[in-house]
Write a protein that binds this ligand. Structure first.
Ligand SMILES: Nc1ncnc2c1ncn2[C@@H]1O[C@H](COP(=O)(O)OP(=O)(O)O)[C@@H](O)[C@H]1O
Ligand SMILES: O=C(O)[C@H]1O[C@H](OP(=O)(O)O)[C@H](O)[C@@H](O)[C@@H]1O
Ligand SMILES: [Mg+2]
Length: 364
């Protein structure tokens, strides 16, 4: 998140989209991930002191007025029933309960919350958690409790807000949205149980080669995509468990590959990551259009995988700009949006960093 303004008690924060570069979706299953904050898109939340507590619906994302019945039905079929209001309400509840349980006193003044976002909706770029992350940041400042809620705990609060709504999701999005930049994350059961969160290690952004993004107007519900595999994993399905372990090992190798700038290895790992997802989830759950986005890149010899659960793809072109140009043309023909991925640096302030336990501070 990013601090934008603070006048007349008004607080505004941004949180950026994110790219799961390696390891997702093993973050949902005690795995590992390497992800980066994506500067191309962001959500912003504005908090204004007020007499009543008001959560404003977004004029387009929370539509309740329609031109006609067919328009309403079409809208529900493409975007689903929900917008961001439920996300804002859920983070208010989770934040309040967390403070209460941890004896963090909150003043009794009220506020109005409103949000905006340019993150393509439900495309696996973490549009949902960006809204929640920016809202949490506003609450931290409004109640002046930023120094009391540890950085490594914040992703849990953001995830809990979505869990509260029944959205199956993991921590990698929320971690990178809180930390910014490029982050290596280890969600091993041992760390999760002992610390209540994973180990998060920021990495230098210069380690990344130029990367590209492909996406399509093709909303997919990450909760729905995840639920079958999650159930199989909980039921002890051997194939899912062993494949997920393989996915979890990819960031371990990827970490070394990035440090050594071994981009041939990076390309292989990205491709392997997607192939494993495809075997576990199956083509029906992933969706033909999403698979085609991965394949359009592979046809020009690029490496590609989903950024999240589907809707957008991250691409590495080992042969450089000429290959990227070929891909750009192929995307245009296929009707996909193609753009260079902008890595957003970390924008943590001193108060945020101070909240880290001393061992973790060394990694920032
Ligand atoms: N752009 C958006 N505007 C408003 N609400 C959104 C948006 N994107 C997601 N949401 C909300 O978050 C929920 C979960 O979205 P999700 O499938 O996780 O998408 P994403 O991949 O963008 O995170 C949606 O059902 C909706 O309530
Ligand atoms: O499946 C994935 O890679 C990710 O899916 C969710 O992210 P989303 O942007 O909503 O698709 C989930 O929250 C992540 O934890 C998964 O890694
Ligand atoms: Mg999401």
């Amino acid at each position: 998140m990013e601090d934008d303004r603070s006048e007349n008690g008004i607080v505004e924060h941004k949180a950026y989209a994110r790219v799961g570069l390696l390891g997702n979706p093993s973050d949902v299953y005690y795995g590992r991930a390497i992800s980066f904050s994506l500067g191309n898109f962001w959500a912003s939340v504005r908090l204004e002191p007020s007499t009543d507590l008001v959560i404003f619906p977004h004029p387009t994302h929370d539509l309740v007025q329609f031109n006609s019945l067919p328009y309403l039905v079409n809208r529900l079929q493409t975007d689903g029933y929900y917008g961001g209001v439920r996300l804002l309400m859920a983070i208010c509840k989770i934040f309040y309960n967390y403070c209460k349980e941890n004896n963090i006193n909150l003043h009794d003044r009220n506020f109005k919350l409103s949000y905006d976002t340019n993150i393509p909706r439900q495309t696996g770029l973490s549009g949902s958690s960006a809204i929640v992350c920016a809202a949490l940041s506003c609450l931290l400042d409004f109640y002046k409790v930023r120094h009391l809620i540890k950085l490594e705990v914040r992703p849990n609060l953001i995830l809990n807000a979505e869990k509260e709504l029944g959205i199956v999701a993991g921590l990698q999005d929320r971690v990178v949205q809180v930390y910014g930049g490029l982050v290596y994350m280890d969600f091993s059961k041992k760390h999760m149980e002992e610390l209540g969160h994973g180990l998060y290690m920021p990495m230098t952004m210069d380690l990344l080669p130029p990367l590209y993004l492909i996406y399509a107007e093709n909303p997919s519900d990450s909760g729905k995509v995840h639920s079958t595999v999650r159930q199989k994993w909980l039921d002890g399905d051997k194939f899912i468990i062993s494949s997920m372990e393989e996915v979890a090992n990819i960031p371990l190798e990827g970490h070394t590959a990035l440090l050594e700038k071994d981009y041939t290895k990076l390309a292989n790992l990205m491709n392997r990551n997607f192939d494993l997802r495809r075997q576990m989830f199956g083509d029906d759950a992933l969706g033909a259009l999403n698979i085609e986005m991965v394949e359009v890149a592979r046809r020009v010899g690029a490496a590609s995988k989903f950024t999240g659960s589907g809707g957008a793809v991250v691409v590495f072109c080992p042969d450089g700009p000429s290959q990227a140009k070929l891909l750009e043309d192929a995307c245009e023909k296929a009707g996909f949006v193609f753009q260079p991925a902008k890595v957003m640096p970390s924008f943590l302030n001193e108060v945020d960093i101070e909240t880290l336990s001393s061992k973790l501070k060394q990694t920032i």
